[in-house]
Design a protein around this ligand. Structure first.
Ligand SMILES: [Zn+2]
Length: 734
């Protein structure tokens, strides 16, 4: 799901998420080459470039035996094989619940079985729409037709664009209907954009909102438009955000061509993901209809009631060009060759959307390797398999990479290795429609999730050469460690290239993490880690190698685009297969779970300090943070003691590991967050107004943003309670 679209200004908001960390595409200049040589000189001694992994690693009393296992693993993932996987996976459009989707499930299952994984294809029946008809016509004030569409996506020499199985541009979860109304341009459709319209006394009731992609999750745009009375939404890709303004458009380059359309879900994901009819309940085939809810449409559900249609800037241009009204405020002007106006006036559009909603069968593929020492403890890795069209970058690069991780694990199994903990590889379905396959599976296995020690996600594995990651704080150093032992196609290690490309802030991230160490995003949403972390409380990470990528969710995200723009020799697929595989194996075989709660405590106390500052800026200075600060201090000292225990490599770490595993779940609040009980994590959630990027201590922060001091005070009590519970859980390790 996550977009390649950097948020505006180029800080990030999720894809997701693209939500999460941004694209730092920089050309290596001389000073960087020198910096790189210096860096390599420093690190090469132990770096993986020599095929050797580190000799001491957090979580291991003696790493030497594990180092050999990891070196064997790292030698297996093959770039060519990964390229073949990608070619097979992207041979046909594979939208969720279609025969082509089932074919990819069979392919993945066959690969899992060949590697020796105990493999199942798990079906769920979930409510999803597919388009029967989508039409857009625009007329000027005299009734002259300005355009009719959607115009088919078409460029020179793209092999897959005329395939009859390419689904017409549509939005998952869109309403159906036939509406006509005047157009109002609402920029990115953020809260501040709608407030700007209100400040210009522009009433959206009965209007069609024209909104450009970027800055926040498209479901939030439609939610805010519906909340203000719009009867329909047109979502378009402005060339300023991912087209020619960024660079050459496909097929000449990686950016979005004139007729390229971004499909995508407009589900109110930030309310709850998954099957709209079964929040919190798995949509297994035997689920009685009576167990399904009815009121899931509208602002209190997770589906818009209004129509939403995605179009290209080829189709949006005549509408924007004819629009009258006030000149747009600063920051609203896009890159089309005329000045933009807010409307209404000058143009009205007629929208037809006929969405075929049915309960459709989808397929997750689950491959398991039972643990030899701690079979009850689960290490889970996953990637979604379904795509809007060919999905070469999103998500099939992730699927192709994960299959090479599985290939490596299979090679170790054939040499007699058995992981200490159980490893589960998951190929999710219907992620694009709302994280559905992963959410139904986590809801079905909610009791087992208490035994899950980590979830490692990869969605868009490769869109370019810029590695990045987001993680819960307890796993950030773990990810850094893993990337120190994987070689980069650019030379040196993934960690070195990551560090080189990330501009140093020199501002220490925290007292312990130097300012120039690689930064990672916090976990918002936009991909399959959400049910694991924010519903089940499983420590999670998400990795990706990003770059200039403008064809997200269009017909042109295909094998040709991939080999011409992202990774012609599939060496980044190989890199990502190694990183994901090493995360999984290293966690599965660790003596003590490498979860660093001192890092977590540092970040949480930073969030409380930041919220306190924001509250006083908002005039809510009566809000009392003392109890939460004291609880954060108690959590920090418990984390310090636990960390000392971890590095002391205790003989029998069972008690310690159980405490470390349960601490993340201690942050869950049974009643969930205000207005969205499905989201139970009190430290991280997708913002209700961002949809992708994370809001930290969301209950407190969103109450402060809403100037609701009573709710903020109540949420501070919740935060205090869970921090004390986390401290108590860690103290039980002694
Ligand atoms: Zn995706």
């Amino acid at each position: 799901m996550r977009s390649g679209l950097p948020a505006v200004p180029p800080s990030n908001g999720g894809c997701g998420g693209l939500r999460i960390w941004t694209v730092f595409s920089m050309k290596l200049d001389s000073s960087r080459v020198f910096a790189f040589l210096l860096l390599t000189a420093t690190y090469t001694a132990t770096a993986q470039t020599s095929g050797q992994v580190s000799q001491t690693v957090f979580g291991y009393s003696n790493f030497s035996a594990q180092a050999k296992i990891e070196e064997k693993f790292l030698a297996v993932p093959d770039a060519k094989m990964a390229g073949q996987n990608l070619k097979i996976l992207t041979a046909e459009p594979h939208l969720a619940a279609t025969p082509e989707d089932h074919k990819t499930a069979e392919f993945v299952a066959q690969k899992f079985r060949a590697a020796g994984l105990d493999t199942e294809i798990i079906p769920y029946r979930v409510l999803m729409n597919q388009p029967k008809a989508v039409r857009v016509e625009a007329y000027d004030a005299n009734g002259i037709r300005l355009m009719s569409g959607p115009t088919p996506e078409h460029v020179e020499n793209d092999p897959g664009q005329d395939n009859a199985r390419v689904v017409m541009p549509f939005n998952g979860s869109s309403g159906s209907g036939d509406v006509t109304g005047e157009v109002v341009y609402a920029n990115y459709g953020r809260l501040e954009d709608f407030n700007d319209l209100a400040a210009h006394h522009i009433d959206l009731r009965g209007k069609i909102a024209l909104i450009r992609y970027g800055a926040n999750f498209r479901g939030v745009k439609v939610y805010l438009a519906e909340q203000r009375g719009a009867v329909g939404v047109l979502l378009y890709s402005d060339p300023q955000d991912d087209g020619y303004f960024k660079g050459d458009a496909y097929p000449a380059g990686p950016w979005r061509p004139e007729t390229g359309v971004q499909r995508g879900s407009v589900q109110f994901l930030f309310k709850y993901p998954g099957d709209p009819e079964t929040p919190g309940v798995p949509s297994t085939l035997d689920l009685p209809d009576a167990a399904r809810i009815r009121d899931y449409v509208g602002l209190n559900g997770n589906q818009p009631s209004i129509i939403s249609i995605p179009i290209s800037y080829h189709d949006a241009a005549p509408i924007l060009h004819a629009l009258k009204g006030s000149a747009v405020p600063q920051g609203w002007q896009g890159a089309l060759p005329f000045s933009y106006h807010m409307g209404p006036g000058g143009v009205s559009v007629h929208l037809v959307s006929d969405q075929d909603y049915q309960r459709r069968v989808i397929w997750d593929v689950i491959g398991t390797v039972k643990g030899s020492l701690y079979p009850d403890e689960l290490v889970i890795a996953g990637n979604h398999r379904d795509a809007w069209v060919y999905g070469a970058v999103d998500p099939s690069s992730g699927t192709a990479a994960m299959l090479e991780s599985v290939h490596g694990v299979g090679a170790l199994l054939k040499q007699g290795w058995r992981p200490k903990r159980t490893i589960i590889f998951c190929s999710w379905d219907a992620e694009e429609e709302g994280l559905i396959g992963s959410t139904e599976w986590v809801e079905q296995h909610s009791s087992e999730m208490q035994r899950a020690v980590a979830y490692f996600n990869v969605d868009v594995a490769v869109a370019g050469s810029d590695f990045g990651a987001s993680a819960v704080p307890s796993l950030k150093e773990f990810v850094r460690d893993v990337t120190r032992d994987v070689s980069s196609p650019l030379g040196g290690t993934v960690y070195q290239q990551w560090r080189l490309k990330q501009p140093s802030t020199n501002k220490p991230l925290t007292s312990q993490v130097p300012g120039d160490d690689v930064r990672m995003g916090d976990m918002g949403s936009g991909s399959d880690f959400t049910p694991f972390l924010q519903h089940a409380g499983v420590p999670s990470t998400d990795i990706s190698s990003s770059g200039a990528y403008g064809v997200y969710h269009s017909t042109f995200d295909d094998y040709q685009w991939y080999t011409e723009n992202a990774d012609p020799h599939f060496v980044y697929l190989q890199e990502m297969a190694r990183v994901l595989g090493l995360e999984t194996i290293r966690m599965a075989d660790s003596d003590v779970l490498p979860l660093d709660y001192e890092a977590y405590a540092r970040e949480v106390s930073g969030y409380i300090t930041e919220a306190k500052r924001k509250a006083s800026d908002a005039g809510l200075s009566s809000l009392d943070f003392a109890a939460a600060e004291a609880a954060a201090a108690r959590f920090a000292s418990a984390a310090k003691r636990a960390h000392a225990l971890e590095v002391s490599a205790p003989g029998n770490p069972a008690k310690l590991n159980s405490a470390l595993r349960q601490t993340e779940a201690a942050f869950l609040w049974p009643n969930g967050l205000p207005n969205r009980p499905w989201y139970r994590h009190t430290i991280y959630a997708p913002g209700q107004l961002t949809g992708y990027s994370a809001v930290e201590i969301p209950g407190v922060n969103e109450a402060i943003d809403a100037h609701n001091s009573e709710l903020a005070a109540a949420q501070l009590i919740v935060l205090t309670t869970v921090l004390d519970r986390a401290a108590h859980t860690l103290n039980a390790a002694e």
